[in-house]
Every structure is written in structure tokens, then in C-alpha cells.
Design a protein around this ligand. Structure first.
Ligand SMILES: [Fe+2]
Length: 192
């Protein structure tokens, strides 16, 4: 029984490692939105720059996350827990929607830095706030859906030898993670 709990904890730990980078960036993005609202016009240029680099970081984390799931986690689950197929389809659809969800914030920030003017400050801040808040909500919800819909079932329904195999696959292939893949199975997840 103790051994069973230890292997479940190991899987949870490995999956948490996958989400940790993105959750960290999302926390920093929340702070960034607060900065936009309260630091005012003098920090406008600095905050736009910060937001753009945060979005780049988020792209990298997201690409690694999508690669991990589509290359390692989902194929394994597809074989061992076929009842989770529809859940996997939903999560894969989110992966494809990521580009759409980030596009609005990206183009807004590009327009803001190109204009380099604070004449429409109030309007900019409102739009950044809306699309940034939606992006953060979308990604947190995606990670939470995996936790609730997949991780709990892995814990309760996979056999010990299957958990062991999954853990060793994550360690082996996760260690070979190829930097930041721009394309995953021929589909583009991140903007250049
Ligand atoms: Fe995902």
C-alpha cells in the first residue's frame, strides 16, 4: 500500500513539474496586469516591453507543455486508459486554441509599442487587462482540467507496473525534451 502511494506521488510530482513553469509565468503575468493598472503613464513603455517578453516566455513554456503531453502523456493514456479519449481531445483542442487566445494580446502590445504614445492610455490598459485576464484564465483552466480529469484517474486506476512505466517514460523522454519545438507533429503551436 505504501509502495502504491509512493508511485502515485512520483507521477503527480512529474506532472506538477510540467505545469510549474507555466504557472510561474502566469503568476508573473497577473502581477504585470496590476503594474499596467497602477503604475500609470510614466511606466507605460517599460510595462509594454515587460509584457512582450512575458508573452515570449509563455510561448516557450506552452510549447514544451504541449510537446510533453502530445508526445509522452497522451499516447500512453490512449493505450492504458481509453475511457479518457474524449478528455484528451478537449485538451488537444485547447493546445490548438492557444495561438488564437494569445494573438489578441500580442497584436495589442505590438500596436502599443509601435505607436509609442500615451494618448489612448486608458483604452489600451482596459484592452490589455481584458485579453490578459482571459489568457490567464484559459491556461489555468486548461491545467486544472488535466489535474481533475486525468491525474486523479491515473492515480486511482493505473496498475502499479503501468505507473512505473509511465514514470520512467516521462523521465527518459522528458529529459530529451528538444528545447522549444516550434512544431509538434507538423502543427505550429507558437508564433515565430
Ligand atoms: Fe495541455
Amino acid at each position: 500500500m505504501k509502495k502504491r502511494a509512493a508511485m502515485s506521488e512520483r507521477i503527480v510530482h512529474l506532472l506538477e513539474k510540467d505545469s510549474a513553469g507555466m504557472l510561474n509565468v502566469l503568476g508573473r503575468m497577473s502581477d504585470m496586469l496590476v503594474g499596467f493598472r497602477y503604475e500609470g503613464k510614466p511606466s507605460f513603455g517599460k510595462n509594454v516591453k515587460k509584457a512582450k517578453s512575458m508573452l515570449r516566455l509563455l510561448n516557450q513554456e506552452w510549447a514544451q507543455h504541449a510537446w510533453f503531453e502530445e508526445k509522452i502523456l497522451f499516447p500512453f493514456i490512449g493505450v492504458h486508459l481509453p475511457k479518457l479519449e474524449s478528455m484528451i481531445l478537449v485538451l488537444k483542442a485547447d493546445h490548438l486554441d492557444f495561438k488564437k487566445v494569445t494573438r489578441q494580446l500580442r497584436s495589442l502590445l505590438n500596436r502599443m509599442s509601435a505607436m509609442n504614445s500615451v494618448s489612448r492610455y486608458g483604452e489600451w490598459i482596459q484592452q490589455v487587462n481584458e485579453s490578459g485576464t482571459y489568457l490567464i484564465y484559459f491556461l489555468r483552466h486548461h491545467l486544472e482540467a488535466r489535474k481533475e480529469g486525468i491525474e486523479k484517474i491515473i492515480e486511482s486506476e493505473l496498475r502499479e507496473n503501468e505507473k512505473k512505466e509511465l514514470a520512467s517514460r516521462i523521465k527518459r523522454l522528458g529529459g530529451l525534451r528538444p528545447g522549444v519545438p516550434k512544431k509538434i507533429f507538423g502543427r505550429r503551436y507558437v508564433e515565430r
